[in-house]
Design a protein around this ligand. Sequence first.
Ligand code: ADP
Ligand code: MG
Length: 326
Amino acid sequence: MSKSKDQSNNEFSLINRYFKKLTAQQDVVVGIGDDAAILKPTEGHQLALATDSLVASVHFPNEANAYQVATRSLCVNLSDMAAMGATPKWFTLALTLPKPLATTDWLQDFSQGLAEVAKQYNVALVGGDTTAGPLTISITVAGELPAGEALCRGGAQADDSIYVSGTLGDGAASLLALTQNSEMISERLLQRFYSPQPQIALGVCLRDFATACIDISDGLVADLGHICKASGLGAAIKSDLLPIHSELKDNHRNQVLEWALTGGDDYQLCFTIPESKQAAFEAWVQQANIPVTKIGNMTQLQHNQDAVLLDDQALSANFGGYTHFK
Ligand code: ADP
Ligand code: MG
């Protein structure tokens, strides 16, 4: 169905006003305004491409403001680039917007949030689509990496050490605080939910050290389980090694382990490093001041064994087998 002239005009002026300014960057031959973007990939590099959609009241509370929705949407998408060891360069934005929001300050704040994250990570908005409907933000990010150097899930070897970046459990805690228990909310948890910092620099560095990598979006057990499955191995992790922020440890002792293991939304990296490379890796993260923690090691998978063992106990990747939390 063709759009009425009036509707198209509104849509174009909206795109020009709020999104066009995000397009300028090197390697964009044609940006917003034509039928497709034309990009100039770096010679000898491969493209990493990933899409994530965020739906209001599913992936963020309905009460989230426009700025928060924008920063979370782009940060979450950039996290997939970090997980592959790619440097993000371009993104497209499919925005489905309830009509009332298109006529308020909402778009101004949304484009401001998007612009700030885009600038921080040096990515250019090169196109998209704008339609009316229930608030949904669908972003596709393209990044680059030297040919053959992508960090896939299937490369882990038995005895590799398992590391995670940052702290775990903050995603679950912040979601709970935002949706059910407002007394829990803190500036740090708000930041962790609405601006989960994608670990781009770490991902790029890991191309030299890691055998497998994933970003933690569904929870450590589930996501480490993906590395196990793809690598044909098991994993043994220790609960007292899991990095948990003191804010959670001090105030929510009984829940933090569950949050850290199954909560999801942490957008930290989980990766495996062979013994021979650990000293050099740890020297690098120390000088780069990036917090990482060794939480266990990859194992040969015994017949019928659960992929992930916690403190030597079985723990299904879907968590069905872990009785503590039933
Ligand atoms: P077409 O009908 O040819 O698909 P559109 O009207 O959808 O064109 O979009 C016009 C231009 O604006 C295109 O370059 C498109 O990529 C860009 N665009 C549309 N919506 C967005 C958006 N939300 N963010 C960035 N660019 C957008
Ligand atoms: Mg279109």
